[in-house]
Structure formats: structure tokens, C-alpha cells
Design a protein around this ligand. Structure first.
Ligand code: ADP
Ligand code: GLC
Length: 487
């Protein structure tokens, strides 16, 4: 069992833009339950601090590069035993809202400095920061925001292993070359084998190139990112490190996502008794102003409105979809053009399409519970959590067979229905017509209540809890620690 510092830029419920936040709360807890000693390090954003009120200070230090004093505060998460250390420093604590973007949706101009400070703080903790009385043997880094952790560890010769998890290779943390100079990084890193990426500074390359072990969040995505189609230019490096790269599917946390106890739901249900699901549908239709028709299939879509999520495929298919007797509930925020197009559709069909633009945790749970199907036509999807939630909630996922979606949803082919393995409907092509066809297949199953129930129950019985995945991370930690001992 190891002492692990888990570093992430988002931790639910302190801050969240997507699935990284869910993983960063649940995985450390699952690791602690396996016997690892875990601490979480995350920035203290302004709104996080405001919500928490007074948070005790554990340590402070003067960062030599930024020339500012930073503080580490300690807090706890609801129902989670792992302590959380909040990095309270200018650049984080004086800003609220999206952790990476300003109010106009532009990246903060000092993101390189901000997230390098996170890396340097993690490194300082590994080096034995005063006041904490605790040093990790291994740092588990997540996504580009922590990409400089392995680099700083090597630069300052801090003993300790590093594991870097890629949650999404599409966001690489790229900065102009001038940022490299301002971060006081050793010059030898300004090469193709270092942090330079086509003339820019890449934080992602820090993680991918220098961590002892790499993981990503599903076995299929681990293969996909080694190809030009999904590698975003890093496929060569990832192929070189293929022996050190493992795909581990994310899990879900039943303390927050379980229809038998979910605090956001008006009615509860489970695999034995699904009656409460109909009550959730009724209430959701009322909440969203959709017509109160228990028979009309209700399709949910909960998502960041980004190209990744195939919003354009949905928009392309929606005209034809509306020729069927169905309703659509969308919850999301993101690119303005997508927001506008979806809102326009809703205002043209208010009793059949409901669109809520924004981030609404409770509504996300209620859509998962109240919808009959959940659409995820993603162009790529490293893992995806919503399809795992929807399986648990008896909401049949209709997904494009990529990344973690391919690893978690079994298509309702006649053979899979016969053998009892089917849990959803999958499609291959990234086109509106392929999505439409998949929905039509799902609708045909929906009209056969017995078959539909079986599909729902198959999904609800799947075990996507964290225990198994956390154990796999434990094995990767062992490899990383063994490698460090060898060096
Ligand atoms: P990603 O991390 O790529 O956005 P995931 O499926 O892994 O995709 O995780 C998305 C998480 O964010 C889920 O917990 C989902 O419920 C939540 N989510 C996404 N959009 C919204 C929204 N508009 N309001 C509330 N929760 C949302
Ligand atoms: C990323 C991916 C998503 C994954 C999440 C958590 O945001 O887009 O597929 O589930 O990280 O790992």
C-alpha cells in the first residue's frame, strides 16, 4: 500500500466542469478503502473558498518562481475520508467561475503560471513541506493541468514516482513559447523530446513524456490515442511509451449516483422495482414543461456542448427524430452556436423539446432518472460517465461505439438480446443518419415492454463500481514505484 498525492484541477463538489471532478473525488476514496494513504491536492478557487467559509491553514511557503506566498488549507469532502489540501494562491483564490476560462470564455492569460504553481506545490509537498508531516511516495497526476508535476519532480531530483492519467487528450495545455521562458524551466526541455510541440509549450507532453507510468480512462481510448485520428499529434510519443500505458475504465460512485437513494430524485427505485422511474419521468416532464405523456419516449442529453460530444450529429438528426412520437430533454452549456441552435429548436417545439442551458447538478440527476434513453453521439469519448450513470438508472444508452462508450455499452443485437448481454444501442459512423438509425432501433425495442425491461435491468445489474478499477490503479502504482526503485 502506498502514500499517494492525487493532484487534480477539479474535485466534486468543490469545483466541476466535467467527469474529471467526479473521478477526482471517487477514485481517491476507493484507493483509501483498499488501504492506500491518500491526500488530494487541488486549487482553492474563489467560489470554492466562499462556499466553504473558514478553512484551516496547514502550511505556507514562499514560491521562488512566482515570488508569492501560497497557503495550503485542509478541508474534507462529504462522505469521503480522504483529506483535501487546497492550494490558496493568487490566480486561483481571486477568481471564480470556470477554472480555466474567463467570463468571455477565453483561457486566462496566466494559465501556464497558475498550473505550473500547482505542479510546484505538489513537488514541494513531495519534498517534505513543513507543517504537513506527510510525504507521498507517488504523485498521481491528472490531465494537462498537472503535466509539469513529473517535470518539476525530475528537475528538482525529488524522490517519488509519478503516474499521469489522460482524461482527455484533446485539451493539451498549449502556450506560446514565451511562457517557457517565464516558467524558469531548464533549457534542455525546449526540444521535441521535451516540452516543445510545434513551437509551443505543451503541458500535456510533460505528463506523457516524463511520468513513470501513463494511464487513460478506458482500454479502447488507450488504443485510439496511439493513432493519428485520436492522438492529436502525440501518437508517436504514446506509441513509444505503449508498454507503460494502461487503459482503466472509470467507475461510478453509488453514494452519489444510485436511483435507490439519490437525494436529487422525487422518487426512488431499483432493479427489482422500477415503478419509481415512471414517477421521475412524470415529474421531469412537468419540471421541463414537456407534455405529460407517459408513453412518449423521452430522450435525454446531458453534456458539455463541445464538438467532442457530437452535438452537431444531434442537430442534424433532430428534424427526422421529431417525426417520431418522442420528447427530448437537453441539459448543457458550452459553445454559443450550439446553445443558440438548441434553444431555437426548443422554442419551436416547446412541448416536445426542452433545453436548459447551464450547469445544474440536480437536473442532471433528474434527467438520468426520468428519461427513457440517454444519447451520447460522441465523436470521441475517453471514458464518459453519463452512460455509466444511465445504465445504473435504467435509462438505455444510445451511444457511438468509441472509447469508453464502446467498452461499457453492449449493443442490443438479436444475439446479445438472446444471451442477456445487451445493455444499450450502439452505432459506428459519426453521422446524423447513423444516430437516427440507432434511435429508431431503440424505439422499436421500446415498443416491446418486456424486451425493454430486460434491457433496462441488464444495464442496472452491471457493476461499474470503483473497486475493480482502483485495484488496477494499485497495480500501476506498484509498477511505477518499482521503476523508481530501479533508477
Ligand atoms: P466530460 O468529462 O467529457 O464532460 P463525462 O461523461 O465524463 O464527460 O462527465 C460529465 C459529468 O458532468 C457528468 O457527471 C455529468 O452529469 C456532468 N455534466 C455535464 N454537463 C452538465 C450540466 N450542464 N449540468 C450538470 N452536470 C453536467
Ligand atoms: C474527460 C473525458 C470523459 C471522461 C472524463 C473523466 O473529461 O472527456 O470521457 O469520462 O474525463 O475521466
Amino acid at each position: 500500500m502506498a502514500k499517494i498525492l492525487f493532484v487534480s484541477s477539479e474535485v466534486h463538489p468543490l469545483s466541476k466542469t466535467g467527469g474529471l471532478a467526479d473521478v477526482s473525488a471517487s477514485l481517491p476514496q476507493a484507493l483509501a478503502e483498499l488501504g492506500h494513504e491518500v491526500r488530494i491536492l487541488t486549487p482553492a478557487y474563489g467560489d470554492t473558498l466562499e462556499r466553504l467559509g473558514a478553512v484551516p491553514e496547514r502550511s505556507d511557503w514562499r514560491d521562488p518562481v512566482a515570488g508569492t506566498t501560497t497557503r495550503l488549507r485542509e478541508t474534507a469532502l462529504p462522505d469521503i475520508e480522504v483529506p483535501v489540501w487546497l492550494l490558496d494562491a493568487p490566480g486561483f483564490s481571486d477568481r471564480s467561475g470556470n477554472p480555466y476560462l474567463d467570463a468571455q470564455g477565453r483561457p486566462h492569460p496566466d494559465n501556464a503560471e497558475r498550473f505550473d504553481l500547482l505542479a510546484r506545490t505538489a513537488t514541494a509537498i513531495a519534498g517534505g513541506l513543513g507543517g504537513l508531516g506527510w510525504q507521498p511516495e507517488l504523485i498521481h497526476c491528472n490531465d494537462w493541468q498537472t503535466g509539469l508535476v513529473p517535470v518539476r519532480m525530475l528537475q528538482h531530483r525529488i524522490p517519488g514516482a509519478t503516474v499521469f492519467t489522460i482524461h482527455n487528450l484533446a485539451y493539451q495545455g498549449l502556450f506560446p513559447a514565451s511562457a517557457f521562458g517565464s516558467l524558469d524551466l531548464p533549457q534542455w526541455l525546449w526540444t521535441m523530446d521535451g516540452l516543445e510541440f510545434h513551437g509551443q509549450l505543451s503541458f500535456m507532453k510533460g505528463g506523457v513524456g516524463f511520468a513513470d507510468r501513463l494511464t487513460t480512462v478506458s482500454p479502447t481510448y488507450a488504443q485510439e490515442i496511439r493513432t493519428p485520428a485520436h492522438g492529436w499529434g502525440l501518437e508517436g510519443l504514446l506509441n513509444r511509451r505503449a508498454a507503460e500505458l494502461t487503459g482503466i475504465l472509470n467507475g461510478i460512485d453509488h453514494r452519489f449516483w444510485d436511483p435507490s437513494s439519490d437525494a436529487f430524485l422525487p422518487a426512488h427505485y431499483d432493479v427489482r422495482d422500477l415503478r419509481g422511474k415512471a414517477a421521475n419521468k412524470r415529474r421531469l416532464q412537468a419540471e421541463l414543461g414537456l407534455s405529460q405523456d407517459p408513453k412518449a419516449p423521452l430522450l435525454g442529453f446531458i453534456s458539455r456542448l463541445a464538438d467532442q460530444k457530437g452535438v452537431d450529429l444531434l442537430l442534424e438528426a433532430i428534424g427526422d427524430l421529431l417525426e417520431q412520437d418522442l420528447q427530448i430533454a437537453v441539459l448543457g452549456r458550452g459553445e454559443a452556436a450550439y446553445e443558440r441552435a438548441l434553444q431555437r429548436l426548443a422554442s419551436n417545439h416547446p412541448d416536445r423539446i426542452a433545453v436548459r442551458i447551464g450547469f445544474d447538478e440536480g437536473l442532471a440527476h433528474r434527467v438520468e432518472a426520468g428519461a427513457d434513453m440517454l444519447l451520447m453521439p460522441s465523436r470521441f469519448e475517453p471514458c464518459g460517465l453519463n452512460q455509466l450513470y444511465s445504465l445504473r438508472y435504467g435509462t438505455v444508452p444510445v451511444v457511438r461505439a468509441v472509447g469508453g462508450l464502446a467498452d461499457s455499452v453492449v449493443d442490443a443485437t438479436p444475439a446479445h438480446l438472446e444471451s442477456g448481454r445487451a445493455t444499450g444501442v450502439t452505432f459506428q459512423d459519426a453521422t446524423g443518419s447513423a444516430l437516427l438509425e440507432a434511435v429508431q432501433r431503440a424505439l422499436a425495442l421500446y415498443t416491446q415492454p418486456e424486451l425493454w425491461r430486460r434491457l433496462q435491468r441488464n444495464g442496472m445489474r452491471q457493476d461499474f463500481t470503483w473497486q475493480r478499477s482502483a485495484a488496477r490503479y494499485g497495480e500501476v502504482y506498484e509498477e511505477a514505484l518499482a521503476e523508481r526503485r530501479r533508477i
